[in-house]
Design a protein around this ligand. Structure first.
Ligand SMILES: [Zn+2]
Length: 81
């Protein structure tokens, strides 16, 4: 799968959000230049496509997926409290 094509396709739907932090996908060219990533996840019945914003991508590389999710749930707790 070509990430750039996928980003363009998702941008046209206007419904792209980061899988982790719900940040909205910017325009296609901006998403490509800022480093948004697209991943294909094989589900039990259907495969789905998820988006990862540049910040989450960086954190994921730094902390690993588990660390990123922990980090996000902590910041959400701070927001709701
Ligand atoms: Zn994100």
């Amino acid at each position: 799968m070509d990430v750039h094509d996928a980003l363009r396709a998702i941008c046209t739907t206007g419904e792209g959000y980061c899988w982790y932090c719900d940040q909205k996908l910017p325009g296609a060219e901006e998403a490509i230049s800022t480093g948004w990533d697209v991943k294909r996840i094989e589900g039990e019945r259907v495969a789905s496509i998820i988006l990862i914003c540049p910040e989450c991508n960086r954190l994921k590389a730094e902390l690993g997926e588990e660390g990123l999710l922990r980090n996000l749930s902590e910041s959400m707790t701070r927001i709701t409290c």
